[in-house]
Structure formats: C-alpha cells, structure tokens
Design a protein around this ligand. Structure first.
Ligand code: NDP
Length: 322
C-alpha cells in the first residue's frame, strides 16, 4: 500500500511517498481502509523529530476516517462499519491498523471528511472547554489562533457553553472567519497588543481562562490577560516551545493556575471518548458546530500540507485523501 513517512526526520522535503507493507490487525485492533486523514501540527513535530517515534522510517498522521476491512481478535467492531479515530499514528496511508479502543462509529450524517476533521482537534476543543476549564455562561475566554484547526472548534464550543469569546488572529481574513464562527471579539495580535486589548474588552477585569496553542510568542503575555486565580492553559506551541517557567511568576501575576494538557489523558476511558464524540456529533447534526475544511490534499502532497500549515497560510482543517 502507499504511505507517507518521514525518512529521515527533518523538513517537509523529507516526506517520502512510498510503498510499505499493508498492516494486519493485531489483537484488539481493526484494519481501517482510510477515506480521509487529518493533518495536525503534531504531525509536524513527529516529522521534524521534536516528538520521538520508535520506528524508522517514522510513520505519520494521527487521525483518520474510513471503513473497517478486517478485525483482529477481541476487537468489538464489524467489517464494513464506518469509523473515525484520533491519536493512533500511521494515518498518512491507504490502510491503518487501529486499536478498537480509539475507534468510534460515524453516524450516517457525518461524512468521512468531517469525521477525519473533527476527531483530534474536536476532542481537544471538547476537553479544553468541558474538562480542563469547564466554561459557564458569564465567563470569558481568550483563544489564540482562533481561526486555526483547534481554534475554530474551541470558539464554537465555548459559545455553545454560553461564554464570551475573545479570539486572536494574524490577518483580517482570519479574524472575520473567527467571528463567523461565533467569536465576540477578535484581536489582530500581529498589529495590536493583545494584553491591552483584552484588558479593554474585559473592563480591566481579565479573562477567566486563556487557551493558548501558540506557545513561545504568546505564553508570557497571556498571563497578563487573566483575572486573579484565572487559568492558563498552554496546549500547543505553533510558534515554538515556551521553555522553562518559574512557578513564582504565577503567584506574582495573581495566584494563577497553569496546566499543559493533552488528548490521550482525556479519552483513555471508553465512556469519556463516547461522551465527547456523542456531544460533538449531536452539535454537528443540529448545525451548531461547523467544520471548516481548508483544503483536501492528495496523500502524495502531504509535504505541501505541512508547508502551508507551518507558514500560517491555513485556516480550519487540512485533510489528506489516500
Ligand atoms: P493551527 O490550525 O492552529 O495552525 C497553527 C496556527 O498558529 C497558525 O495558523 C497561526 O494562526 C498560529 N501561529 C502563530 N504563530 C505561528 C508561527 N510562528 N508558526 C506557525 N503558526 C503560528 O494548528 P492546530 O490546530 O493543528 O494546532 C495548533 C497547536 O495546538 C499545535 O502546537 C498543536 O500541536 C497543538 N495541539 C495540542 C493538542 C493537545 O491536546 N495538547 C491537540 C491539538 C493541537 P495565526 O496566523 O492566526 O496566528
């Protein structure tokens, strides 16, 4: 079968479109014929070697949707079922062997493209707004890169929770898109000081929570946007790692809370995965959650998708078509 691997790890030019052996489902796994694969920033980190993979060449892709073609012993699924999954590496391929514990059945009204678009960033937006800091009506959040893949979903789920949403974005077009998805205010953080703007919008009170996927260029200033005892959620680093933090800073800036969460700790129980996906699918069915697919690339063009994502050219979701 065809697959895209990083060989060796490095820049997008190291992505190779090659023939590899079709996987066989092991115990507790199902073989999925992929119809769509999600592109996420985590794929860039595995490609570049920032996140280490045990195998060589490095398999890429952590999200997919397709049809079950074969079942391993003990996997509670059936051949022919439509499924999608987050956080199982190797989805930049025609087939993937996936732990049944990560698979969810796709309702008829969710296409393969939508399924592959919503599993990883959708789980992320859900746990951030429902578990890490469960937003309530009357609360205000600051969402960086609000027009990005995770960003547009966080904005919408925060609005469903009844919160006021302040977003940041680098261009007018991205700001408009974030507003179209429900953001109440959007700050052009490449032009204006987002601390001043956030303070102005909140009447100098500060926000209850910051959801920060940007990292290096936003982390420290984001602490100044929070109300006393507010929560700083650093969950990504699209501008680079934030480095060392002195906990005393959290005291000086208002007894702040700081967390650095990730998806696997929020879907490790089947009941939790089912809760998050069922809410998300319901919101899609009701028309309350819109999936913004920026572009569908051919699998062989995965390097173009990575270049576009890293160059800040994209909004919403990027997919690969195996
Ligand atoms: P995005 O679609 O958000 O793309 C990245 C966006 O970040 C850009 O479009 C850009 O928006 C903004 N950005 C700001 N500075 C830079 C820069 N120097 N280079 C590139 N982009 C920049 O990507 P994802 O939604 O896939 O992921 C965003 C981050 O969140 C990643 O670090 C990812 O690993 C992380 N993440 C973490 C998860 C977790 O559970 N911890 C789960 C999912 C994602 P703008 O132009 O508006 O500034």
């Amino acid at each position: 079968m065809k697959a895209v691997v990083a060989d060796p790890v490095g820049g997008p030019e190291n992505l190779q479109y090659i023939d590899i052996e079709k996987p066989q489902p092991g115990p507790g796994e199902a073989l999925v014929k992929l119809e769509a694969s999600g592109v996420n920033f985590i794929d860039v980190y595995f490609r570049a070697g920032l996140y280490k993979a045990p195998e060589t060449p490095v398999k890429l892709g952590n999200e997919g949707a397709g049809i079950i073609e074969a079942i391993g012993p003990g996997a509670n699924f059936k051949v022919g079922q439509r499924v999608a999954y987050p956080m199982s590496r190797g989805s930049y391929a025609e087939f993937a062997s996936v732990p049944a514990a990560s698979l969810v059945r796709l309702p008829d009204y969710v296409s393969f493209e939508e399924g592959a678009a919503v599993m990883l960033q959708g789980m992320t937006a859900h746990y951030l707004t429902r578990s890490t800091f469960p937003l309530q009506p009357g609360q205000t959040c600051l969402v960086h890169a609000a027009a990005g893949g995770a960003g547009l979903l966080i904005v919408q789920m925060a609005k469903i929770a009844g919160a006021t949403v302040i977003g940041t974005a680098s261009t007018q077009e991205k700001a408009l898109l974030a507003k179209e998805h429900g953001a109440d205010h959007v700050i052009l953080y490449t032009e204006a000081d987002f601390v001043d703007q956030t303070r102005r919008i909140t009447g100098n009170k500060g926000v209850d929570v910051v959801y920060d996927s940007v990292g290096s260029s936003t982390f420290h200033k984001s602490l100044d946007c929070l109300r006393p005892r507010g929560m700083m959620v650093t969950f990504g680093q699209s501008s680079g790692p934030i480095g060392q933090i002195d906990p005393l800073v959290l005291s000086q800036k208002g007894s702040l809370f700081l967390t650095r969460p990730s998806v696997p700790n929020h879907i490790s129980e089947r009941a939790e995965l089912d809760w998050r996906t069922s809410e998300i699918f319901k919101w899609i069915e009701e028309g309350r959650l819109k999936l913004n697919i920026y572009k569908i690339y051919e699998l062989r063009d995965a390097a173009s998708a990575h270049r576009d994502l890293e160059a800040r050219r994209t909004t919403g979701k990027l997919l690969l078509k195996p």
